[in-house]
Write a protein that binds this ligand. Structure first.
Ligand SMILES: Nc1ncnc2c1ncn2[C@@H]1O[C@H](COP(=O)(O)OP(=O)(O)OP(=O)(O)O)[C@@H](O)[C@H]1O
Length: 760
């Protein structure tokens, strides 16, 4: 019954729009409008099927109806000022009128909408081919007139219901301690920032470089936890909880992506790791495809992302992949740090338009933005203007200019509002009229006055703006944000649940990360450079020790030298490749762990084992060449044991590299430490020096070169001599045990270091 009532309300709220669409039939295709009317009529006749039919009428063909209605509103004379009103009327279930929020009615409407109790969500039901027909975000889609009018010809971003989250923050402060050589100083990054943003809204954080936008975004997104953070940040009136990690999408300023994965692989792996367990593998893969089509990435879906050394997709496409990575989970809140930086104005407009669409689907969107064009500026619902970490304005973006006018600051020439606001925030008042109160603050005789041609200095302007905001707006806005918003208790409880939500089981996480690792690094392993390096070393060794024999002690000593070199070569190589593993992936690991994409143990095991199959192919090739060219013991068992010994050495050495990399997380320091360690292990390896002083002899037992060398001697010579070059040949069990202990011990150390890094 409730559904029926809300359904009728919905139909009636849409009726004026539908009739407008019909009246302006020349703006949309006849067929589409006919379909629309038929579907609505059918929906009215059949309440049972109404949800779906109305939905499909307004959403399925909705791309056109919406577009048409936008055109109508923008084309209708005398309606210019009502554009936003009509947009809001249309998406009444999603969009919340800020003023209404104080009564709480709008949020409950938005929350019920987001929970699927209304009609506007269709879920990701459209098959990709149909979505492709609508061409939602292709570069070819935007027709020039539409760009001019700031209108995009696409369907809205559509997802299944999500938990609506209202974000409030009050008096947020943040300071950092800067440690100098002799003393430490505290630096205030944010000084008492308050504001709020609700489902259905886009909040833009604007301000000059260094004003604190990224810091505020990170705090709001739960990305910084620091004892020096003050004030309160709440999500649906509750503080940050682990559950929120899976409900928050966070697009960082730098694009953190794997360069060798294609767009499709990137999004598919993200979907498989992040979407809830309730989705099947096929559904997750379909979601990835849907996002590809939604973001207009279909033409580059099989192109590698690329990076500094690999040519890949364009900057705009890469940014869209980053956004796709986050919207794939259908987040309740989406945070974006400078999503349009470095993009041309058309691409930037497309991205901001998409954010607006996402917000209209009931999500909360917060984005920092550097210098938006006026077209972009008008797409934001709310605005925070920061200057040197202080709040200069918070409120509706559309009212920002009026506010500054009301405190006596207005542009003297026509300018983009964003440019004007940034000038003010920078304290630059050229081409800006300022109130006499501000001019009176210029003190004659002050050295600053000369410098700024008798105008107030940037510091004075900043002070005036902060005071003006405090006295005119701050209290009213704070009161508004203090108003409690009624929300379903079950939802509240869910959003504040301390429980984490993993998208995949541990086994699945391991398997996905394992295959992702292999795909990402396949190019490294099968690079001809690496293969040539190993094979050429093998051939040179084979030629130098060509058909060596062991008939007399001198020949035996010579051949033992080859065995020692093999032990050193396969100890050195893996350390220096493994060292890069974690420092190189640090940004990705931080990003993915912050989003709770997987357990650290699954990542660690997958990352350290996915290299193994490929790492073990090269030594086999190497030994096939060296073993037979150098004429080592020709029999199946010794050959097999030689390979096994080298494998063990490689895995132990890799462990050391992983531990050093994970502990230091800095390539320069890690390579320095590794070169000293590897050299020490080599010198203590038993070939160069036999009579090691007793107080330092323990170092041998830590050297994988020493154990590998001893095992290789045993495999080759145990049948005819008990000692070679002063090294005693024994059962080999101690060496095997020592190497196995290193394989696990070093890895355990690396794992602990990664855990510690997370705690930091
Ligand atoms: N951990 C930190 N240690 C020292 N200084 C910091 C730290 N975090 C932020 N800052 C400083 O705080 C100020 C605000 O930084 P933030 O990155 O938030 O600015 P922003 O407005 O996002 O700048 P941009 O637009 O250039 O990205 C800067 O001066 C920055 O150097």
């Amino acid at each position: 019954m409730a559904q029926l009532v809300s359904h009728s309300i919905f139909i009636s709220s849409q009726t004026p729009l539908i009739s407008q669409v019909m009246e302006k039939g020349n703006n949309i295709s006849r067929t589409m409008s006919d379909q629309l009317v038929e579907s609505v009529a059918a929906a009215l006749k059949s309440p049972q099927s109404s949800d779906h039919s109305t939905n499909s009428a307004l959403e399925g063909s909705g791309g056109l109806s919406r577009k048409s209605s936008r055109r109508i509103t923008s084309a209708s004379p005398g309606r210019g000022g009502k554009n936003t009103h009509i947009r809001k009327t249309r998406s009444a279930q999603m969009k919340i009128d800020v003023d209404e929020l104080t009564s709480g009615a709008a949020l409950s409407r938005a929350s019920s909408a987001s929970l699927g109790l209304s009609f506007s969500f269709t879920g990701f039901n459209m098959p990709p081919d149909q979505i492709a027909d609508t061409k939602p975000f292709s570069d070819d889609d935007i027709i020039p007139e539409d760009i001019e009018a700031g209108i995009r010809t696409k369907t809205k971003f559509q997802t299944e219901p999500t938990i609506p989250i209202s974000l409030k923050f009050s008096d947020v402060t943040y300071k950092v301690v800067l440690k100098g050589m002799t003393s430490s100083v505290e630096k205030d990054i944010l000084n008492g920032i308050s504001g709020s943003v609700n489902p259905g809204e886009v909040l833009a954080l604007m301000g000059p470089s260094g004003s604190g936008k990224t810091s505020l975004l990170n705090l709001l997104g739960g990305r910084i936890s620091h004892p020096t953070i003050g004030g309160s940040i709440t999500y649906n009136e509750q503080s940050y909880s682990k559950f929120l990690k899976s409900r928050i999408g966070f697009v960082t300023q730098d694009d953190v992506l794997f360069p060798h994965l294609t767009v499709k692989e990137t999004l598919t792996y993200a979907a498989r790791l992040r979407l809830p367990k309730t989705f099947t593998k096929e559904q997750k893969e379909k979601r990835a495809l849907d996002v590809i089509y939604e973001l207009g990435l279909e033409r580059c879906q099989d192109t590698m992302i690329g990076g500094s050394f690999v040519r890949g997709v364009s900057g705009g496409e890469r940014k869209r992949v980053c956004i796709g990575n986050e919207i794939i989970i259908n987040p309740s809140i989406l945070f974006l740090d400078e999503p349009t930086s470095g993009l041309d104005s058309t691409t930037a407009l497309k991205i901001v338009q998409m954010l607006q669409d996402i917000a209209e689907a009931g999500k909360t969107v917060v984005t920092t933005i550097h210098q938006p064009s006026s077209r972009l500026f008008h797409k934001f619902d709310k605005l925070i203007l920061l200057g040197k970490g202080s709040l200069l304005y918070f409120g509706k973006a559309s009212e920002a200019m009026n506010y500054f006018q009301s405190i006596g600051c207005s542009p003297l020439i026509s300018m983009n509002p964003a440019e004007f606001l940034l000038d003010l925030a920078n304290g630059n008042i050229n081409d800006v009229s300022v109130p006499s109160e501000l001019e009176d603050r210029v003190q004659i005789g002050n050295a600053e006055v000369e410098k700024y041609n008798g105008k107030p200095s940037p510091a004075v302007v900043h002070e005036y703006l902060v005071e003006a905001y405090e006295s005119h707006v701050a209290e009213t806005e704070k009161k508004k944000t203090m108003v409690s918003i009624p929300l379903d208790e079950a939802l509240k409880a869910k959003a504040s649940s301390p429980k984490r939500q993993w998208g995949a089981s541990w086994d699945e996480q391991f398997s996905i990360l394992f295959w992702r690792g292999i795909k990402e690094r396949r190019h490294d392993y099968f690079s001809w450079l690496r293969i040539t390096q190993v094979l050429s070393t093998a051939v040179i060794l084979g030629l130098l020790w060509w058909q060596s024999d062991t008939k007399n002690p001198k020949d035996l000593q010579d051949q033992a030298g080859l065995l020692f070199f093999i032990a050193v070569f396969w100890g050195f190589f893996p350390v220096f490749t493994a060292i890069f593993t974690f420092p190189q992936e640090r940004a990705m690991l931080n990003k993915e762990r912050a989003a709770d994409m997987y357990r650290l143990s699954a990542y660690f095991l997958a990352r350290t084992t996915s290299d193994l199959p490929l790492d073990l192919i090269l030594p086999v090739l190497f030994l096939l060449v060296v073993y037979f060219m150098a004429g080592l013991r020709l029999s199946a068992a010794p050959f097999f044991f030689t390979i096994l010994t080298v494998f063990l050495c490689i895995i132990a050495a890799q462990g050391l590299g992983l531990a050093i990399g994970a502990t230091l997380m800095d390539l320069k320091r890690a390579t320095t430490l590794a070169s000293v360690t590897v050299m020490t292990f080599m010198l203590a390896g038993g070939f160069f020096v036999q009579r090691v002083p007793i107080f330092i002899s323990w170092i041998r037992f830590m050297s994988f070169n020493y154990h590998t060398y001893k095992l290789l001697l045993k495999v080759q010579y145990e049948h005819f001599t008990p000692m070679v070059n002063g090294v005693k040949i024994d059962s080999g069990l101690t060496e095997v045990a020592a190497l196995i202990a290193m394989v696990f011990g070093y890895r355990f150390l690396a794992y602990l270091s990664l855990r510690r890094m997370k705690l930091q």
